[in-house]
Write a protein that binds this ligand. Structure first.
Ligand SMILES: [Zn+2]
Length: 559
C-alpha cells in the first residue's frame, strides 16, 4: 500500500474532528438537526483551515446511506466515496482550473437530473472566485431557482471577489485561522498515533510558521518525520522553514536595548551568513515586534494573548524597555526595508544602517508623557516658589506668537515660578495690537513702517519697540517727531497713559534696554549681570535644559 500523507490520512471525517471552526460546525449541525439546510453555502477563509473538509463532511451528512444526519457513518459506500473525492453525486470542481462558462453550462444542464444514487446532488466549487464573469452569470441562473435535490457549496480564499449577487444567494461562513494551540494539540495527537518523537517546542513552532494553516502544519510535520529519523528538534524546524531562531531575534532586540550596535551588526551578519532569506527574516522580525507591541499595550489579556513568539515572559521583559511609540516606529522603519527596494544587497545595507540607528537612538515617548512631564515640572516649580522678595520674569515677548510659556524667576533664591495669572505678555501684545489697529486707521503709512517691528515692553511712560536690523530706514522715519506723536497718541488712546515710544534695533533677534524709571527692564542675554546670575540659577538651568531653550528676556516684577 502506498504512503498516504499525514494531512490526508488525518483529514477530519466528521464534524467533531474539525479543529478551530466551532462556530461553523455548530450552525451546520443545528441546520441538519432541524432539517433547514440551505441550498447554497459560501465557505470563506484562508487556505488549509478546513473549508473543503467541511464541505465533504456536510455532503456526507446529507447523503449518508443511513439518512441525513449530523454524524455521518463514514462506513457506507457513499461516505467512503465522498471521503475519497470520487462520489458520483458529489462533484468537486476546482474553480481555478475550470474557469470557463462551459463547465458551468454543464452544471446547468445536469442539475435538472435527479442524483444517481443519493438523496442530493452536491456541487462543491473550490476557489469559486476564479470563475469568469460569464460563468458567474450562468451560475446565478441556477442559484436563483435551484431544484430541490441540488446543493451548492462554494469555497473561496478571496470572498471579496465573489459577486454580491452570488453571495446574497448563499449562506456565508467565515473560517478562521486556526490558533497555534489548537494546531499544536492536533499535531500532538498525530505524533502520538504515529509514534513521532519531537522536542517540546517543535509542534508549536510548526503551527506558528504555518500561520494558522492546519493542512500546511501537517505537511511540514510529515516532512520532518520523514527526514529526522530520531527526534525532531527545533533546529530541524528552523532549517525546513528557512527561519531565524527566536534566540537570534530576541538577541537582536536586546542589542537595541543594550545600546550595542556592534552586537546588532554581529547578530544580523550571522543570520545572513547562515543563508537565511532576508525578506523572510524581515517578516519574522516584524512579527516579533508585533508581539512585543501587543504584550506592551494589551495589559489585561497579557496572560492569554496569542503571540507568534513562544516565550511570553521574555516578551514581557523586553517590551518593558520600549514605549509603544518606539515599537511602532521600529515596525514602520523595518517594514520599509521591503517596500523601499527589492534589491537584496540594498536591503541588507538598509538594515545594517537601521540596526545601528535603532541601537543608538533613545526611546521615543508619546507627546502625552512629555506633557505630563512638563506638568510635573510646573508643580515642582510651584512648590518651590516661596513668596519672598521680588520676582523677575523671563519671558519670550513676541507679538507673532504671544502664547509662549512664561517662567518667572526669583533672583535671590534658586526659585522659579510659573505665572499662573494671566500672562502679562499676552496683555502686552494685546495692548500693542490694539495700538497698531488704532494706528492703522489713523495713519496707514506709519502703521506700514511699524508693522514689522515688535514691542518688547510697555510701562507707564515708555514703550520699547524693536525694529529689525534690516529696517533701519524705517526706524529713521519712525523717529521723526511727527510720526512718534501719532504713535504716542495711539498708545495713549489704548492705555490712557502718556506713553512715549522708543525704538531700538534688533541685532541678534533681541536687544537690551535697561528701563530704570519703572523698575521694569528688558535685558539682553549675556550682557547684563542680572541675566548672567539668572542663567546660573540651578532651577533656571534646569528649565533651559528641559525646554532646550535660552533666556530671551528678563524682566523684574514688583514684589
Ligand atoms: Zn455513511
Amino acid at each position: 500500500m502506498s504512503y498516504i500523507v499525514l494531512s490526508r490520512r488525518y483529514r477530519p471525517k466528521s464534524f467533531n474532528e474539525i479543529v478551530g471552526q466551532k462556530h461553523v460546525v455548530t450552525t451546520l449541525v443545528n441546520a441538519l438537526q432541524s432539517d433547514r439546510v440551505a441550498h447554497a453555502y459560501l465557505f470563506a477563509g484562508p487556505r488549509g483551515v478546513g473549508k473543503t473538509s467541511m464541505a465533504r463532511i456536510l455532503s456526507k451528512a446529507l447523503n449518508c446511506q443511513k439518512g441525513t444526519t449530523d454524524t455521518p457513518c463514514n462506513k457506507c459506500a457513499t461516505c467512503n466515496s465522498i471521503t475519497n473525492g470520487n462520489d458520483i453525486d458529489v462533484l468537486e470542481i476546482d474553480g481555478a482550473s475550470n474557469r470557463g462558462i462551459d463547465e458551468i453550462r454543464n452544471i446547468r444542464q445536469n442539475v435538472g437530473y435527479t442524483p444517481a444514487v443519493s438523496k442530493h446532488k452536491i456541487y462543491i466549487i473550490d476557489e469559486v472566485h476564479m470563475l469568469t464573469k460569464e460563468a458567474f452569470n450562468a451560475l446565478l441562473k441556477t442559484l436563483e431557482e435551484p431544484p430541490e435535490h441540488v446543493k451548492f457549496i462554494f469555497a473561496t480564499t478571496s470572498p471579496s471577489r465573489v459577486p454580491d449577487t452570488v453571495q446574497s444567494r448563499c449562506q456565508r461562513f467565515d473560517f478562521k485561522n486556526i490558533s497555534i494551540p489548537d494546531i499544536s494539540d492536533r499535531l500532538a495527537q498525530i505524533c502520538k498515533t504515529e509514534n513521532i518523537a519531537a522536542e517540546e517546542e517543535v509542534l508549536q513552532s510548526i503551527a506558528k510558521y504555518a500561520r494558522g494553516g492546519l493542512r500546511d502544519s501537517e505537511s511540514i510535520l510529515d516532512q520532518l518525520a520523514s527526514f529526522c529519523h530520531e527526534k525532531i528538534t527545533l533546529r530541524d524546524v528552523y532549517d525546513i522553514f528557512g527561519v531565524v531562531s527566536e534566540e537570534k531575534l530576541s538577541g537582536l532586540i536586546n542589542s537595541f536595548t543594550e545600546k550595542n550596535p556592534e552586537l546588532s551588526i554581529e547578530i544580523f551578519h550571522g543570520i545572513m551568513e547562515s543563508g537565511r532569506d532576508i525578506e523572510g527574516f524581515i517578516d519574522q522580525l516584524l512579527l516579533y515586534i508585533r508581539d512585543l507591541l501587543l504584550v506592551s499595550v494589551c495589559k489585561k489579556q497579557r496572560d492569554t494573548i496569542e503571540t507568534v513568539s513562544g516565550d511570553l515572559n521574555l516578551l514581557r521583559t523586553q517590551s518593558s524597555s520600549f514605549s509603544p511609540e518606539t515599537l511602532m516606529y521600529m515596525f514602520q522603519v523595518i517594514s520599509e526595508a521591503k517596500t523601499k527596494t527589492r534589491d537584496l544587497l540594498q536591503q541588507k545595507i538598509y538594515l545594517e544602517v537601521l540596526f545601528v540607528k535603532l541601537a543608538t537612538m533613545e526611546d521615543l515617548r508619546p507627546l502625552s508623557s512629555v506633557l505630563d512631564k512638563i506638568e510635573g515640572m510646573k508643580k515642582m516649580f510651584d512648590g518651590s516658589a516661596v513668596n519672598t522678595g521680588k520676582a523677575i520674569s523671563i519671558s519670550k515677548v513676541d507679538v507673532a506668537t504671544p502664547a509662549k510659556p512664561e517662567i518667572q524667576v526669583k533672583p535671590s533664591q534658586d526659585s522659579v515660578v510659573f505665572d499662573k495669572k494671566a500672562s502679562p505678555d499676552i496683555s502686552l501684545a494685546e495692548t500693542w495690537n490694539k495700538a497698531m489697529i488704532e494706528l492703522q486707521t489713523k495713519k496707514k503709512t506709519t502703521w506700514a513702517l511699524l508693522k514689522n517691528a515688535r514691542v518688547l515692553n510697555i510701562d507707564d511712560n515708555e514703550a520699547i519697540v524693536e525694529v529689525p536690523k534690516n529696517y533701519l530706514v524705517h526706524k529713521e522715519r519712525l523717529e521723526k517727531p511727527e510720526e512718534k506723536r501719532i504713535i504716542d497718541g495711539c498708545l495713549e488712546k489704548v492705555t490712557g497713559k502718556k506713553i512715549h515710544v522708543k525704538f531700538i534695533v534688533s541685532k541678534n533677534g533681541f536687544k537690551v534696554v535697561e528701563n530704570k524709571s519703572s523698575g521694569h527692564g528688558v535685558v539682553q542675554e549675556g550682557k547684563s549681570k542680572k541675566s548672567d546670575d539668572i542663567k546660573n540659577e540651578p532651577m533656571v538651568k534646569k528649565a533651559i535644559e528641559f525646554f532646550d531653550g535660552s533666556i530671551v528676556n528678563v524682566r523684574e516684577e514688583k514684589g
